[in-house]
Structure formats: structure tokens, C-alpha cells
Design a protein around this ligand. Structure first.
Ligand code: NAP
Ligand code: MG
Length: 498
């Protein structure tokens, strides 16, 4: 017997989309001087709205507004007062959470179940968390006894978690007394613009938050603006490197949150069903558009057959389709460009000799879709084991000993996250001490909390977001780098038994 589900209360009618949007500068929506571009729904290619592409002159206008708000209002305001605004924003985000979740799913293509239960609640949690710190900054970090803001922050974010990345950037910046100019990604500008309305509703002083929509050029203009004191970037390693070169030799502080190719490591003593859930969550959550996705599965050889069989059985139950259907597990790929990249790399996987498998699934005709996919017979030399695919594609490798698992897991230019599945607490600690990754999850994956610092090693970037460490990135200069170093775990030498 099969059941029909009732429609979700998260219907598209609760979003009041305008046909076109300007830029949010100095507390108001204004027309940009540049051309416009369209934001589409990746699930059906419907044009959602026309958005301004901010020119260098528009970016300059936004930076000036942020500078005025910084020196006249925000940096002067006692922390407890700033906190009131942040609490207010957090509460409005909660009140308007359905609207935000639906718009995020429309513009990004992610399942409503995720935008409703993960993204938007975390956005509110970040504002609540940093609101709590705004009047306690002097007690937050041992090397910031007299905390001072940096000034104007230029922030550039990607399309995979549009609103959540905005919250990670704006909440700590504002709590510390900085003002911001933020550029959302070209394909997902709409929730940032709705957030601008929330700033108006919260009566946030004009110029404290400015949103400049646009593409790479707008981002470049923002990053290179001479009156920006702090650059915060989340995106690809390639653009991150360009930005590092751009700001080298200037007095700007920088934090970079870049790509990843995380190992999700399953030992033979792991609870296998739970591990399979973690593997699925690790790579298919948000269509695999996750910087810390567990895109390389390392399975101990003795349980390889068992894990693979259970994983395939589980994957056959994943529902791919309409992001606004509350039963959808995997939504649309964010853009035609990203779909093309995923297809290309998957073809390379086959050409290099790995075996490809997807469960049978009907993909919608319109829009950008890719079936959940695994590759077996993958070696470390394969491109699909080395490069970030940023899609629902898992590369499966095996290992025999814990030392081999560590060696393979660390054999990557990235170092953002890792997962360990085992019954033994001692092995979790042994592994965590050796994995070169900013986050190590044990018997879980893709868990986020505003109190927990997040960031990378090596080409995954530098600086931390989240937790008290996230404050350091927005307090007076020079300190951000120092405290990012301090977050690194001391490395033990010598081999202990796992
Ligand atoms: P991207 O191409 O690097 O773009 C990121 C942002 O930078 C976008 O807003 C983009 O604008 C803008 N941009 C492009 N060129 C620029 C330039 N020269 N100067 C300044 N800004 C520029 O990355 P993406 O493809 O959107 O996002 C996927 C990447 O983000 C993945 O590698 C993923 O791992 C990473 N990511 C990392 C984290 C983390 O916390 N470490 C979190 C999420 C995602 P347009 O998009 O409008 O062109
Ligand atoms: Mg879009």
C-alpha cells in the first residue's frame, strides 16, 4: 500500500517575490548603475527575479555607507545595545522562518526539509549566539583583553548555503562592532535580499549591513576596495588564492574558508547501519554541495562488501525531485554550470577506470538534476579521489590498518573535515590526533553548531568561523592569524596502537 502525503505548510505562496530587486545600501533598496541579471529556480529553470549587478561605483557607495555607519554609530554603540539588534534579527528570522526556507529552496534547489530544519534554524542560532557575545567581548579571548573592531568588512559568499553563510559572516562581524558589505553568489541572491528587509524590520541603523548583488567582478571590486579593512571569503580554493594575492601587502585582515575533499572513515567495528546513514548524510546532504562533504569514503577491507551492499540498498530509497516536496531527500543541482562540472568529473572517473553506480531514479525533465552516484575501484591517483566534485558523487576506497587510513585520509591538498566511525573511543582519539582536518566528526557527520569553530588546514583556508574563535577574526588586526594558529591541535609524535 502506498500513501499520499498532505501538502507541506511550506508552500511557495508564502513568499512575496518582487519581480526585480535593487541593491541594499545605507538602509534602503536603491537602483544599481550596472546591468541586471536573472536568478532562476534550478528545479525548473523558472526566472524568479531580476537582480542588479553592482558595479565598482555601487560597491564604492556601499563601502562609504558602511564606513559612515561604522564611525558614527555602530563602533560607538555599547555592546549591549548592539546585542539588542542582533537578538531582534534572530527573532525575526525565527518568525519568518517558513518564508526564508521556501525562498532558499526556490533559489538554491535544496530540499525544503533541509532549509527548514537545518539552514534556517542554524541562521537564527548564529545570531542568537553572537548576540550573546556582543557585550562580553573582553572575556571571550585571552589575547583580546581590549577588543576593538576592525572597521568595514567586505564579505563574499558562495551559493551552497546562501543564508547560512551570510549568518556566519554577518553575525560575528556585527557583534564585534564592524559594519559590512556582503556579496551573495550570483545564482542565489534572493535570501540575502530578504535578509536586508529583515534588517529594515529590525530597525538596524542604516549602513551597518549593505548587500551588493552581482557576480565575480562585483566580488573583486569589493575585495580590492581600499577602504575595506577586513575581507572574509567563502568559496573555491582557486578564487581564495586570487584574493590572498590581491590583499597581500595591504593592511587588510583576511579569513578564507575554501574547498575540501574529506575522508569519511569506516572501521570494521563501527555500527554499520548508523555508519551508512552517516555516509549518505555526508555526501548526499545538500546534493553534495558542501565544502566539508564526506566525498571520499574509506572502508576497512574486512567490511567493504557489507558496507557497499547496505549503502546501495539505502541509496535506492533516496527520493530525488521537487525541492519544495517535504519528502525529497535530494534536490536540484544549483546551476547548469555546476551540473556540467559534476558530469565532466564523473566521466573522468569512468575513463580512468573506476566503476560507476547509481540507483534507478527518474529525474525531472526541466531543471538541473544528477542522480546520487558512487564510484568503486577508486585509487588515490584518480581525479575523482583528489578533486572536489561538489555534487552527489562518492568515491570509495579501502584500507586495512588505522595507519593506512590516516595516510590516505591526509593524502589531499585540503584539510577541512573528516569522519571516523568506530566503536572504540580510544581509536577515535588516536585518529583525531592524526587527521589533518579542521573538524573531525566521530560517529556522525555534517553536524554544525554556532558554538563550535569551523575552518581548514592547508588549501582549505585559514581563520576560523563559529564559536569564540570566530570573534577573533573580527577583532583588532594581527590577532586573527595568531588565534587561528592557536586552534591547531598539538601533534603527538610516535606511533601508539590504535
Ligand atoms: P567561487 O566560485 O569561489 O565563488 C564564491 C564567491 O566568490 C561567489 O560569490 C563568487 O561570485 C565570488 N567570486 C568569484 N570570483 C571572484 C573574485 N575574483 N573576487 C572576489 N569574489 C569572487 O565558489 P563557488 O563555486 O560559488 O562555491 C563553491 C566553493 O565554495 C567550493 O569549493 C566549496 O568547497 C567552497 N565552500 C567552502 C566553505 C567553507 O566554509 N570552507 C563553505 C561553503 C563552500 P559569483 O558566484 O557570483 O560568480
Ligand atoms: Mg537561483
Amino acid at each position: 500500500m502506498s500513501f499520499d502525503y498532505a501538502p507541506a505548510p511550506e508552500s511557495r505562496t508564502i513568499v512575496d517575490l518582487r519581480s526585480s530587486y535593487g541593491l541594499f545600501i545605507d538602509g534602503e533598496f536603491v537602483d544599481g548603475t550596472g546591468p541586471t541579471f536573472k536568478s532562476v529556480s534550478p528545479a525548473n529553470e523558472e526566472v524568479l527575479a531580476e537582480v542588479s549587478e553592482a558595479s565598482a561605483a555601487d560597491v564604492d557607495r556601499a563601502v562609504r555607507a558602511a564606513r559612515r555607519a561604522y564611525s558614527r554609530v555602530w563602533a560607538q554603540m555599547p555592546g549591549a545595545e548592539r546585542a539588542k539588534y542582533l537578538f531582534r534579527i534572530a527573532r525575526i528570522v525565527q518568525e519568518r522562518s517558513r518564508e526564508l526556507a521556501v525562498l532558499e529552496s526556490l533559489d538554491n534547489g535544496k530540499p525544503i526539509r533541509e532549509s527548514r530544519d537545518v539552514d534556517v534554524p542554524l541562521v537564527a542560532a548564529h545570531f542568537f549566539y553572537y548576540a550573546g557575545w556582543a557585550d562580553k567581548l573582553a572575556y571571550a579571548l585571552p589575547d583580546h583583553r581590549e577588543p576593538r573592531p576592525l572597521g568595514v568588512a567586505g564579505q563574499v559568499i558562495p551559493w551552497n548555503f546562501p543564508l547560512l553563510m551570510l549568518a556566519w559572516k554577518i553575525a560575528p562581524a556585527l557583534a564585534c562592532g564592524n559594519t559590512v558589505v556582503l556579496k551573495p553568489a550570483e545564482t542565489t541572491p534572493l535570501t540575502a535580499l530578504l535578509f536586508a528587509e529583515i534588517c529594515q524590520q529590525a530597525e538596524l541603523p542604516a549602513g551597518v549591513v549593505n548587500i551588493v548583488t552581482g557576480a565575480g567582478e562585483t566580488g573583486r571590486a569589493l575585495v580590492s576596495h581600499p577602504d575595506v579593512d577586513k575581507v572574509a571569503f567563502t568559496g573555491s580554493t582557486e578564487v581564495g588564492k586570487q584574493i590572498a594575492r590581491e590583499v597581500a601587502g595591504t593592511s587588510k585582515s583576511v579569513t578564507l574558508e575554501l574547498g575540501g575533499k574529506a575522508a569519511n572513515i569506516v572501521f570494521e567495528d563501527a555500527p554499520l547501519d548508523q555508519a551508512v546513514e552517516g555516509i549518505v548524510n555526508g555526501i548526499f546532504f545538500n546534493q553534495g554541495h558542501v565544502c566539508c562533504a564526506g566525498s571520499r569514503l574509506l572502508v576497512q577491507e574486512s567490511v567493504y562488501g557489507e558496507v557497499l551492499a547496505r549503502l546501495k540498498r539505502r541509496m535506492a530509497m533516496l527520493r530525488v525531485g521537487d525541492p519544495l516536496d517535504k519528502n525529497t531527500d535530494i534536490g536540484a543541482i544549483n546551476s547548469a554550470e555546476q551540473l556540467d562540472k559534476i558530469r565532466r568529473l564523473s566521466e573522468v572517473g569512468e575513463a580512468e577506470g573506476a566503476a560507476r553506480w547509481s540507483p534507478p531514479c527518474d529525474l525531472p525533465e526541466r531543471g538541473y538534476w544528477f542522480a546520487p552516484t558512487i564510484f568503486t575501484g577508486v585509487t588515490q591517483a584518480h581525479r575523482i579521489a583528489r578533486e572536489e566534485i561538489f555534487g552527489p558523487v562518492l568515491s570509495i576506497l579501502t584500507f586495512r590498518t588505522p595507519a593506512e587510513a590516516v595516510e590516505k585520509a591526509n593524502n589531499t591538498p585540503y584539510g577541512l573535515s573528516a569522519g571516523v566511525w568506530t566503536d572504540k573511543g580510544s581509536r577515535i582519539l588516536w585518529m583525531a590526533n592524526r587527521l589533518r582536518a579542521g573538524v573531525v566528526w566521530a560517529n556522525t557527520f555534517n553536524r554544525f553548531d554556532p558554538t563550535s569553530p569551523f575552518g581548514g588546514y592547508k588549501e582549505s583556508g585559514y581563520g576560523r568561523e563559529g564559536g569564540r574563535h570566530g570573534l577573533a577574526a573580527y577583532l583588532s588586526s594581527g590577532q586573527a592569524v595568531r588565534s587561528a594558529r592557536a586552534t591547531r591541535r598539538p601533534r603527538r609524535s610516535g606511533a601508539a596502537d590504535a
